[in-house]
Design a protein around this ligand. Structure first.
Ligand code: XMP
Length: 329
């Protein structure tokens, strides 16, 4: 609509005015907000922007490729990818406590981002004019975040969903927050207008710690692969049923420390159960379990047990929030 065109043009102009000739960095998470913010800043200042994508191995199937290929193709952004999968796996080795997982993932994220930022600040991986220091950090802060945090900007900090505090002294940036006046639906409209792929623009909320908190038990590469396969099937079938926009979130949770007995052909199997947790919600504060049509549940169940060898039982979580939370950890 014409109003979105205005918002885009005005924000682009504001970004240009704010940063001048200086260089800017940005962390991409795979989520809508950081993607739209980065795309907008890219429109405004082109090569002065370098985006960092920390691949921690906890995203869903296809999501790293969405960032590395589709987002780059749609925007032409300079992307610095850090493959940190091993690092996150070893930091999470044997950890089962949900809050410890969150702390570790948040801590590793900020460390990896800092390392990348230092490299970019000191010229190594930088685009743009290396004579200009990096002085700005893009954040996908939305209006509701601004209201929630009392409106201040203060020192740079990566959005709280990564559960991290400030950056160290030698990495202080001024923030560029082009989405500060927008609500989520406006951010999506802006993303579409900037030509971002629908998979990114319409992505459901996804927790910063990612699949790390959807494995009940310790996180391992094998368990991540199992969960990724099952989750991809659930998402595919939801999309095929045309229900994406009716469902707020659809966590798929691997009960990795639970074994369940099943039967396949003539033999018993000893695998793992998985939990489907589709919910409807307005804001994640409260939620209802989603009454997915039986035929959709049926297809998801059949496909997961057929296609993901380690899973021999599919369950549906029918708890509302409260008392249940949306995530299992
Ligand atoms: P719960 O499970 O508390 O989740 O009902 C409410 C919303 O928050 C998301 N969530 C997180 N998001 N980091 C995040 O960025 C986290 O550690 C985290 N834990 C939960 C959850 O997906 C839901 O949207």
């Amino acid at each position: 609509s014409w109003t979105m065109v205005n918002i885009a043009d005005e924000s682009i102009e504001a970004v240009r005015e704010q940063v001048g000739e200086k260089r800017v960095i940005c962390a991409l998470s795979g989520g809508v907000d950081s993607a739209v913010a980065a795309a907008l800043v890219q429109r405004a200042i082109g090569d002065q922007l370098t985006c960092v994508f920390v691949d921690h191995g906890l995203l869903r199937k296809g999501e790293p490729e969405q960032v590395e290929k589709d987002f780059v193709a749609a925007t032409g952004v300079n992307l610095h990818v850090v493959d940190a999968q091993e690092r996150f796996l070893s930091a999470l080795d044997g950890v089962t406590d949900p809050e410890r997982k969150r702390k570790i993932i948040g801590r590793e994220f900020i460390r990896v981002f800092e390392e990348a930022a230092r490299e970019i600040v000191h010229g190594g991986a930088a685009a743009g004019d290396p004579a200009e220091p990096v002085e700005f950090l893009v954040q996908g802060t939305l209006y509701p975040d601004v209201v929630e945090s009392g409106g201040g900007t203060g020192a740079a900090n990566i959005k709280s969903h990564h559960n991290v505090g400030g950056l160290p002294e030698d990495l202080q940036f001024e923030l560029v927050e082009p989405l500060r006046t927008l609500f989520k639906d406006e951010v999506r409209a802006l993303g579409e207008q900037l030509g971002l792929p629908a998979e990114i623009v319409w992505r459901q909320p996804f927790p910063g710690p990612g699949l790390g908190i959807r494995i009940i038990g310790a996180v391992t590469r094998d368990r991540l692969d199992i969960l990724r396969d099952a989750d991809a099937i659930a998402r595919e079938e939801l999309t095929r049923a045309g229900l994406d926009r009716d469902i707020w979130q659809f966590p798929v949770v691997l009960l990795a420390d639970v074994r369940s007995v099943g039967v396949q052909g003539d033999s018993r199997t000893y695998g793992h159960p998985i939990v489907l947790r589709p919910v409807t919600s307005e804001d994640a504060m409260t939620a209802d379990w989603a009454k997915l049509p039986y035929d959709v549940l049926q297809r998801i169940s059949t496909r997961i047990t057929n296609e993901v060898r380690e899973i021999n039982r599919v369950t549906v979580d029918i708890t509302s929030k409260p008392p249940g939370t949306i995530e299992w950890e």
